[in-house]
Design a protein around this ligand. Structure first.
Ligand SMILES: Cc1cc2nc3c(=O)[nH]c(=O)nc-3n(C[C@H](O)[C@H](O)[C@H](O)COP(=O)(O)OP(=O)(O)OC[C@H]3O[C@@H](n4cnc5c(N)ncnc54)[C@H](O)[C@@H]3O)c2cc1C
Length: 395
């Protein structure tokens, strides 16, 4: 016998968890189906940066609304999200100074706590930084990073306390539609044979399947233009004399880094692998990546030459042609999409949950206007570009 719910969420990454949390808060009986286990996709590998600096307003606004959650996690969601305030610097090469000024102005209009600072001021904030190669940066004193797995688990705990059911090892294999309306989904066994399989009915299905979201789209005859982005991450042990440092996106050296206790996490804007099949093994980090990451961190942070490589890992996220998310309603009545977060979605997840619940239940998102993140932009050739664009983040 089919089991009946008000809404089915496909995928238990941070987005599925946040959306399920918000739908259940609004009184819906929700089922989450996950093909493997909680946070096994992009979420579990995420570097967790929490900052508001973007070159498009919708991303900055989603990040800003989400920031209110990260700062007051226990009161708003319960449990822990592991938010650590470190301060955040966006460093740009001098040829991007005008864009930086324009973006900080836009972010201030949104309400974000941010300012343009000079290289000399950066030196006061982070005395261990070498600052000769840039003139300006944006500084967000309240920003930092959080723990994506804790965040996902607390969304799920909140949802479960309101009656949400989570089935892991349960892969959605088909979606049933009748008369142009969503009826339900079929699932096969996941990776452990003893786990659930079956059919589940609901008039609402939300596609939060990460790198697999285009395949879910095809189940209802929708084309979602999704590539994959495979990203290497390294942790290095900082020599104690370096001390701790802020969280940084260093566009001048095409890298980002943040502290993690006595370690520094590093990722690169270039050197990413696009187009690997979503189910393919993540493999190991590219040795060339490690060399480049170490060279660049030594270039920026004085004293890092005496550091040592601690560990590395690889993660993968869904990437859209303009490297911006898709949050929309499309195809049969009751089908919704939240995917393509393109390597920067974690920090947006609290607001994504609120906005998707509003889109589903009220017909449009009110917390932030997400209409520009529609699916149709790709077919129309209207890719999103910032007014003061930095160009693509990932190369
Ligand atoms: C290495 C790395 C570093 C990153 N760093 C940052 C950062 O610093 N800051 C930031 O904001 N963002 C960052 N991101 C991006 C961010 O982590 C992602 O955008 C976000 O986690 C996406 O969440 P999601 O729920 O959409 O996808 P996922 O976490 O990938 O979840 C999708 C889930 O759907 C499941 N699924 C797929 N198909 C099916 C099916 N048929 N049936 C059932 N379940 C299915 C998958 O198993 C998976 O668990 C990073 C990402 C990576 C990979």
């Amino acid at each position: 016998m089919n089991q009946t719910y008000d809404a089915i969420v496909i995928g238990a990454g941070v987005m599925g968890a946040s959306i399920a949390c918000n739908l259940s808060q609004r009184g819906l009986k929700v089922l989450i189906l996950e093909r493997q286990s909680i946070a096994v996709g992009a979420t579990g590998a995420s570097s967790g940066l929490v900052r508001m600096h973007y070159d498009i307003e919708v991303d900055s606004a989603l990040a800003w609304q989400s920031f209110h959650f990260f700062r007051n996690w226990r009161e708003r969601i319960g449990g822990e999200c592991g938010f650590k305030r470190t301060g955040f610097l966006q460093i740009v090469a001098p040829e991007k100074n005008d864009q930086l000024r324009g973006n900080v102005e836009m972010q201030k209009r949104v309400g974000i706590l941010t300012d343009v600072v000079t290289a000399a001021e950066v030196k006061k904030i982070a005395p261990m930084f070498r600052t000769e190669d840039f003139e300006l940066a944006a500084y967000e004193p309240e920003s930092g990073y959080a723990d994506p797995v804790l965040t996902t688990n607390s969304f799920l705990e909140n949802a479960k306390a309101r009656g949400t059911t989570l089935k892991q090892d349960c892969e959605v294999t088909g979606i049933r539609v009748s008369g142009g309306k969503l009826v339900g989904v079929d699932s096969g066994r996941g990776h452990r044979p003893e786990r659930a399989e079956g059919s589940f009915d609901a008039p609402i299905v939300v596609n939060c399947a990460g790198t697999f979201a285009d395949r879910i789209g095809r189940m209802v005859d929708i084309e979602i233009p999704l590539d994959t982005w495979t990203h290497d991450v390294a942790f290095v042990k900082r020599p104690p004399k370096v001390g701790t440092h802020p969280t940084v996106i260093d566009d001048s050296l095409a890298m980002y880094f943040r502290p993690e206790g006595e370690l520094t996490l590093i990722g690169l804007e270039d050197y990413n692998r696009m187009g690997e099949p979503p189910e393919s093994d993540l493999g190991r980090v590219d040795p060339e990546f490690v060399m480049r990451a170490i060279d660049r961190i030594c270039e920026r942070v004085d004293g890092m030459e005496e550091g040592s490589l601690h560990s590395t890992h690889v993660g993968r996220d869904g990437l859209t042609p303009d490297q911006r998310a898709i949050m929309d309603k499309a195809g049969p009545d009751g089908f919704y999409i939240a995917c393509g977060f393109s390597g920067t979605g974690f920090k947006l997840s609290p607001a994504v949950g609120v906005c998707m619940a509003e889109l589903i239940l009220d017909g449009r998102a009110k917390l932030v206007d997400i209409s520009s993140l529609n699916l149709g932009r790709f077919a129309r050739g209207e890719l999103i570009q910032g007014e003061h664009s930095y160009g693509h983040i990932w190369k």
